[in-house]
Design a protein around this ligand. Sequence first.
Ligand SMILES: Cc1cc2nc3c(=O)[nH]c(=O)nc-3n(C[C@H](O)[C@H](O)[C@H](O)COP(=O)(O)OP(=O)(O)OC[C@H]3O[C@@H](n4cnc5c(N)ncnc54)[C@H](O)[C@@H]3O)c2cc1C
Length: 461
Amino acid sequence: MAAGSTVDHTTLAALAAGLGGDLITDPDAMDGYRRDWASLVPAGQPAAVARPRTVDEVSHCLRWANEHGVSVVPRGAGTGLSGGSTALDGCLVVSLTRMDRIREIDADERLAVVEPGVLNADVGRAAAPHGLVYPPDPGSFEISTIGGNLATNAGGMRCVKYGVTRNSVLSLQVVLADGRVLETGRRTVKSVTGYDLTGLFVGSEGTLGVITAATLRLQPKPPGQTMTFVAVFESILDAGEAVAAITRAGYVPSVLELMDRATINAIEDYKPQGLDRTAAAMLIGQSDTADAEDQVARMAACCDAAGASASFCSTDPYEADALMAARRLAGTATMEAGPTIVEDVAVPRGRLTDMLRDIDEISARTGIDVAIVAHAGDGNLHPTLRLPDLEAPTLERAHLAAHQICSAALALGGTITGEHGVGALKRPWLAEQFDDTIASVHQALKSALDPRGILNPGRGF
Ligand SMILES: Cc1cc2nc3c(=O)[nH]c(=O)nc-3n(C[C@H](O)[C@H](O)[C@H](O)COP(=O)(O)OP(=O)(O)OC[C@H]3O[C@@H](n4cnc5c(N)ncnc54)[C@H](O)[C@@H]3O)c2cc1C
């Protein structure tokens, strides 16, 4: 039974039986499980929403779906920005939010064993009393789940120094399409026995299996005090040059974020933070090394040399927290101001300025207003298309702008998605990045693990 077909009452009753009767089929109750934050991606009507509490219940759901040929959409908190957890017609949504236990913090081995529905920030809070940190920190860290972070290989602000989610996972428990339970990896720091199956499932966007547990790497809290610098620019291109200069000079910031004027103003409109509304762009950088004060002074000097109109370094942790809090508001402030499509491309850091120039030209050509926020130290930009309305001609121009932004990133040696995933949103441009060989290897892996194609079809690959 493919997406779009119906599932009869008796078949659903068999599914409910393995979930202690706890299955949602009421359309109103299912509505909150139909979309993620990519609100313009069309949402289907699920046949049912399962909210398993155990790996056995997840296994039951997948065995049932595989037997009946029902599409499965795994779902975390639904904060995704590419439509990856948007429901398909006739699908079974498997919501993992009830599997929300932190099973273990092993301070000696510096690891955490968690269920997929645990919120990212809760892992950090559990690690903190042990002097440990879980580094990946997507802007959504208070509202997104570890399962969703793993399935999208989420990034964040600290990733410029500590790597993305992939770099912080040792092993996974995954339920395969036929209901079998796979344990990947080990608890050891090193293990090269067999293929890197953990790596295969990280970033697989719910298309290869459902993650039901993860062993995560924790890091010692940096010993020194984190220092912060801010630089404002009259030209966003100068800010791009400053990032390239900081990278070229070999500095390793623990945060390096860029916001353009439109983003700064969206934040100020949403919740005033005292940011300079007139700045064309602002860079916020941090260092957490033992010589952090010296490091931020050097990075600020790179900004001055690249043409910053002002820069300052802060030793005040409250001021630093306030700046970071302002930056964290960027996504919500821009998205809540009106209809948006949040793009997510990444380019080599030395090409950031070229990408910023290209975005400006694309915006002028298509007449679509674009606000930019970027994990600049990673070369990862979120040009956010701000739509005046949802009329067909506007959507057509927005689609064209999104396509041109992806093509421009590819032409600069970049990628069509840096951290949000392909989902449903990026599928039209996948073929521009993948040649036939890459596509066929993806297809072979998908067929081997999900021969009936039930797992999140039409998403990712
Ligand atoms: C304000 C805001 C800021 C954000 N900032 C960032 C950022 O800085 N960096 C970043 O990377 N992203 C960011 N995001 C996007 C989003 O939060 C991430 O993609 C996050 O990882 C999604 O987690 P989730 O729990 O909401 O997953 P969902 O949106 O529910 O699902 C995302 C994908 O993962 C799959 N999935 C979910 N759980 C599982 C599971 N247990 N097993 C298998 N597949 C699963 C789904 O099928 C879907 O394909 C932001 C979003 C918002 C709204």
